[in-house]
Design a protein around this ligand. Structure first.
Ligand code: NAP
Length: 265
């Protein structure tokens, strides 16, 4: 999947899972997240198992100027990127009126701004790679089933993922015919650190029910990427696909009411 694949959020969860699958498929990697120790451990593991060459770039992508710094770093090191996986992201839970404004701004900076600016910077290289090596270049952005409707008590998160889905679908159309595979991955709940970061619990204080594993999401996403024509979005899991359809077809106010009644869904 491209000579070099850059994966943001590679220190955990879905980003790590995608990095592992890309290594199996012989891509070299640029691994980006804040926790350098995790990235370095992954790089060592992938080098031992698959002979992968990984470049570790520890960075807070929500910080002002971080994406520009990353792009300059890639240019200085002369690393051409053939595949980009924008997995870094987090969600906040709670009524917006009580939200920490700085944390909400950070969420938008990471989930929306960093994805947009990094994609803009690397898209020409991705398209050039696709022209040189048909089928070898991809742009994968992580949306969510939260992208299909508003989610009370996860208002900013759901809106950020609606942005990612809309943005990615538009890029899928704009790049058709270039050979670049573009898709928005839309998982429902996945067993990663996401819920810990979001501090998402049920009212009884229990952890939310898990439905998918990282492997489930990696498998179904790569099955879509392997198709001759990659679809603009992948909803992982049959139950999630059904719920996404219902959310799209049902009256918006009815969907909002059902989701609003669920605690921290
Ligand atoms: N898990 C789910 O239920 C679920 C469902 C739907 C969609 N998603 C989406 O899938 C993507 C991956 O989530 P996940 O489930 O893998 O969660 P995760 O296990 O919490 O991983 C999130 C990744 O993002 C990185 N990250 C967070 N803040 C960052 C920052 N400021 N700068 C750079 N990297 C940062 C984290 O690394 P560091 O902490 O080391 O920086 C980590 O590698 C996210 O976009 C999420 O919205 C997840």
């Amino acid at each position: 999947m491209g000579t070099v694949a850059l994966v943001t959020g590679a220190s955990s969860g879905l980003g790590e899972g995608f990095a592992r699958e890309l290594a199996v498929r012989c891509a070299d990697l640029v691994l980006v997240a804040r926790r350098q120790d995790r990235l370095e451990a992954l790089a060592v593991d992938l080098a031992e198992k698959f002979g992968t060459v990984s470049t570790v770039i520890p960075l807070d992508l929500a910080a002002p100027g971080a994406v520009a710094e990353l792009v300059a770093d890639l240019s200085t090191r002369k690393i051409p990127i053939g595949t980009l996986v924008n997995s870094a992201g987090f969600g906040t839970v709670g009524n917006f009126i009580e939200a920490d404004a700085a944390r909400e701004a950070e969420q938008i900076a990471l989930n929306v701004q960093a994805v947009t600016i990094l994609t803009r910077a690397l898209l020409p290289d991705l398209v050039a790679t696709a022209a040189r090596e048909p089928g070898a270049a991809a742009l994968v952005n992580f949306a969510s089933t939260a992208a299909f409707q508003a989610v009370p008590r996860m208002s900013v998160y759901a809106a950020s993922k609606a942005y990612v889905l809309s943005f990615t679908e538009a890029l899928w159309y704009e790049t058709r015919g270039t050979g670049l595979k573009v898709t928005a991955v839309c998982p429902g709940l996945v067993d990663t650190e996401f819920s810990d970061v979001a501090q998402r619990t049920t009212p009884a204080g229990e952890r939310p029910r898990r439905s998918l594993t990282v492997d489930d999401v990696v498998r179904s996403s790569f099955a879509a990427l392997d198709r001759a024509v990659t679809p603009p979005l992948v909803v992982n899991g049959s139950r999630n696909r059904m719920l996404a359809q219902v959310s799209t077809l049902a009256p918006r106010r009815a969907v909002l009411t059902v989701l609003g009644r669920r605690r921290h869904s």
